[in-house]
Design a protein around this ligand. Sequence first.
Ligand code: CMP
Length: 387
Amino acid sequence: MGDTVSHRGLRLIADAVLLASVLAAVACSFIRSLPAGTPAQIELARALGAAALLIFTLEYAVRLWIAPEQASGRNGPMARLDYARSFLGVIDLIVILPGWLALLLPVSTGLIELVDLLALLKLARFAPALGLVGTVLRNEARSLVGALMAMVVLLVLAAGVMYLLERNAQPQLFDSIPHTLWWAIVTMASVGYGDMVPATAAGRVFGGIIMLLGIAIFAVPTGILATGFAQEIRRRDFTVSWQAVAGVPLFAGLDAPRIASITRLLKPQSVPRNYTIVRRGDPADAMFFILRGAVEVELIPQPVKLGPGQFFGEIALVKDTTRLATVTAIQDTQLLALEVNDFRRLMAQLPDLKTRIEAVVEERLQTLEEAVPKLRNADKPQADPPA
Ligand SMILES: Nc1ncnc2c1ncn2[C@@H]1O[C@@H]2COP(=O)(O)O[C@H]2[C@H]1O
């Protein structure tokens, strides 16, 4: 348990250092962009940028180094390659690579300012809600592409027609279709800089029609995204029903009031495909029942797939240790989480349930021990449930 607490403390410190480095890199970028920076300010920017780059490089090296520890089912090089190719791994690399290139190769100052701003991408690690944006964009990709294509077609047609209407009256402004595209974009987006204005009566009438169409056509992707967000949030915020809990095989045979009380303890959680729910070596705070979807437990020689009605994450709670395997959703999955304190209380109240969970734990530990023999040492006696 002490191990778990110190593990959590270390992680908090590492996160704080990383966040401070992101702030330092952004501050460095801001200072560098000042047109009349003093030598002291330029020196400060250089120091902040170098410190942030060093910390991000160290972080990348550590993540590569510990990747096999995090992925129990993969050998060293494969696990490291998996991290390097993962979304967050690529972001980690994008943040450091240009920084080192900028140090080694002479590049324009504009690029150096941008390089430090790239550190903001690292916030993706601290904002899981960003995943929601990605999921909505993926879900609505077809409709969005359709709406964007309609927009592009209208833009080009509007530019073509306006060029024909205005080229004789204002040849210096509406001198080509590509140049008139600027007028079309500014007009359809309701920005209206006023740098290109139709002068002919026909041009003004046509311009008015394009303005009205622009409002309508820009509303389409906005509507698609708003609906997509609402649907995704509704899908994730499902409520736990009595029937859903009664349908979990482990609870079969319990009486209705008992199932009702368990229902109140279980917290609904939706995770997208490819989301890592528990990671080997991490501290444990809950076990999970699968309501819908499927997960994969990373094991050697091959992963184990678990589906609706099955559970995972119980071993670390029963054995009071850190997670023994990494579990990832292989479909969009709905889970019911039972937090550690509720789990211990329930085990104390329902010895029958405890025996059944312990039997599954023993069976799974056997498979795990065959896969990773050193795990036997990870077993610790079970902690007494709190009074
Ligand atoms: N052989 C296995 N079959 C199914 N699930 C397993 C197996 N080994 C480990 N797991 C699950 O993977 C989980 C990882 O977190 P825990 O160690 O808390 O609990 C573990 C089990 O629930």
